[in-house]
Design a protein around this ligand. Structure first.
Ligand code: KPL
Length: 310
């Protein structure tokens, strides 16, 4: 059963090590630090020679402050007590691989990225660690070198990927103390699918047409959004996730409204010439569709268009 959303503040907690300091990683690192929880960012070794100022963090209310944050490097990670992985989906495995053999058994690994199909690979890499999957609807933007803006307050849900992770529901309480809301849900797979559906609907279209999320509410996108959602619903049903195209469309349009002024992460990635998460989002959907022999032509077309433009 899902637990309620938590926002309790715990007196002291083990240090968070954050892997991946992009827009969302930077915002989470800032919010965790501001909540008084010991936090550091783990950078890749190629960043050793780069200048690392403090984090220039702009809150939802528009207040900017400089946050001093401890840094470590992946080749010499020191003692990791709990690991929060916030790299892009496509970089999770390569970022974690150098930590194989260096992470103590039992250290929880929390994965917070868009898309699906990655957590299973992490369980194979770290068979003796609790692996936790998360979904979040917080909005974030990177506005410069180590400069991050929190652009939307959302919910965060965590849940176990493997058996060992089931003992770590308290991680959601600590995240909740920093983010305002976070909850633990044993059925995290269902939430991952719901988020995947929203990402399939919003991310490729906003990236291809260079739109803010809210612009998808216009009448010219009504048909394509409905087709995307019907195809995703077909695949979800085949995967044992009961839903309908209408339900997914309603959820996607709610997010379009709530994040109307935001640029999707895929839009931001394309603008910055970064690798997008299309493989873990639409690519994952296409792989599941192929497994069940389901045609998903609209999502297929969007996948190809993003690949060609990237
Ligand atoms: O998760 C998102 C993203 O941009 O990746 C959405 C929900 C679409 C919000 O922008």
């Amino acid at each position: 059963m899902p637990s309620g959303l938590q926002s309790s503040r715990l007196p002291s907690s083990p240090q968070w090590s954050l892997l991946g300091c992009g827009a969302l990683g930077g915002v989470f690192a800032s919010l965790l630090t501001l909540s008084g929880q010991p936090t550091r960012v783990l950078l890749r070794d190629r960043h050793r020679s780069t200048l690392h100022p403090g984090i220039d963090f702009t809150s939802l209310e528009g207040h900017t402050q400089l946050i001093n944050i401890e840094r470590g490097f992946i080749s010499q990670p020191g003692q990791i007590k709990r690991l929060l992985v916030m790299t892009k989906a496509g970089q999770v495995v390569s970022a974690l691989t150098p930590l194989v053999g260096k992470l103590a058994t039992g250290v929880p690994i929390v994965l917070l990225h868009n898309g699906m199909g990655i957590a299973e690979q992490v369980v194979q890499l770290f068979p003796h660690n609790p692996v936790i999957a998360g979904v979040t609807s917080h909005g974030a933007m990177q506005s410069g070198h180590f400069a991050f803006r929190h652009t939307g307050k959302g919910e965060t849900w965590l849940g176990p990927v493997n058996e060992a992770a089931k003992a770590h529901a308290a991680l959601a309480d600590d995240l909740g103390a920093a983010l305002g809301q976070a909850g633990w849900d044993e059925q995290i797979l269902a939430r991952q699918w719901q988020k995947l559906a929203i990402n399939c609907a919003i991310n490729p279209l906003t990236a291809l047409y260079k739109l803010k999320n809210g612009e998808l509410a216009g009448p010219r996108f009504a048909d394509v959004l409905q087709q995307i959602c019907v195809e995703v619903a077909d695949v979800m049903q085949a995967e044992g996730q009961p839903t309908s195209g209408d339900e997914l469309l309603r959820r996607a349009m709610t997010v379009v409204e709530l994040t109307a002024d935001n640029y999707s992460s895929m839009y931001q990635d394309m603008e910055q010439s970064r690798e997008t998460e299309i493989e873990a989002i639409t690519g994952f959907l296409l792989a599941c569709a192929a497994k069940h022999g389901i045609a998903v032509p609209v999502n297929q077309g969007l996948y190809q268009a993003i690949k060609e433009k990237s």
